[in-house]
Design a binder for this molecule. Structure first.
Ligand code: NDP
Length: 251
């Protein structure tokens, strides 16, 4: 168990074990937050890339975002261990592809459950803890697919559009409780998982489609999340921030 700095603010990141989530955990810890890294295994950042000097600021907790009991238990544990919860990043998500006329209900349910229903449940279960602070913040991970028509991505696009809607509704409903709610919607982000595809036809396609020529990095997403969660951003809530290198707006 790390020796936590009791003066630092506390934020939970779902899906913190790898990809974009692990970059967010590392960035927020380096900014001075105490970070709860949530994943199903609860073993922290998988590739061991958390710097030695940040390890005392990160606690690892097992949590399946598809279970509200698991979410409630995780937030309770965080507050037992740190004394507070000031922020939440709902980053965990899955991506499945299928032709729409062939897609089974099971795929729709799985994608909507992890990407949309879990975001609602996580916000709801964190609410009693977040509202104990004068000001707190939730960042939901959306996608620029939320406003696009993407072949074979019906469930994913619908789930990320739902994230935008959940964000707007909660921002309006919880503003007078001091809870800000934001949606960060990345375009293509190069992670370890898609690195092979990025070297091939997908990389060539993106070099033509993205005005800045290259996909984003997890660190670039983490930088936006870290900016949003600052107290100085107190008038910013309910919005979807797209970060896609101008991909979606390019003609
Ligand atoms: P990865 O597949 O690399 O990581 C997904 C993370 O979510 C893992 O940490 C995984 O943890 C966690 N996760 C999945 N299911 C659950 C669950 N039921 N309970 C708890 N944790 C879970 O994804 P990315 O980093 O690529 O994506 C992160 C987010 O960013 C997602 O919401 C995704 O939709 C979004 N996004 C990604 C883009 C990209 O190009 N990569 C672009 C736009 C948005 P574990 O398996 O250890 O439990």
């Amino acid at each position: 168990m790390p020796k936590l700095d009791k003066n630092s603010k506390v934020i939970a990141v779902t899906g913190g074990s790898r990809g974009i989530g692990s970059a967010i955990v590392k960035k927020l810890a380096s900014d001075g937050w105490t970070v709860a890294c949530l994943s199903r295994k609860g073993q922290g950042i998988e590739d061991g890339s958390l710097a030695q000097e940040l390890q005392s600021q990160v606690i690892n907790i097992a949590c399946d975002v598809n279970s509200d009991a698991s979410l409630a238990k995780a937030f309770t544990l965080i507050v037992e261990q740190t004394g507070r919860l000031d922020g939440l990043v709902n980053n965990a998500g899955i991506h499945e592809q299928e032709k729409s006329h062939l897609m089974k209900n099971e795929m729709w349910d799985a994608v909507m459950s992890t990407n949309a229903r879990a975001v609602f449940m996580s916000c709801r279960e964190a609410y009693p803890f977040l509202t104990k602070q004068t000001a707190s913040v939730i960042v939901n991970m959306g996608s620029f697919f939320d406003k696009m028509g993407v072949k074979n991505n019906l469930a994913y696009c619908a789930s990320k559009a739902a994230v935008g809607a959940i964000t707007r509704c909660l921002a309006v409903e919880w503003a007078n409780k001091g809870v800000r709610v934001m949606d960060v919607a990345p375009g293509y982000i190069a992670t370890e998982l898609n690195s092979d595809a990025m070297q091939g036809p997908l990389g060539e396609f993106l070099a033509k489609r993205i005005p800045r020529k290259t996909p984003g990095t997890p660190a670039e997403v983490a930088a936006v999340v870290a900016a949003i969660v600052q107290d100085e951003m107190s008038f910013l809530t309910g919005e979807t921030i797209y970060l896609d290198g101008a991909h979606a707006i390019a003609h």
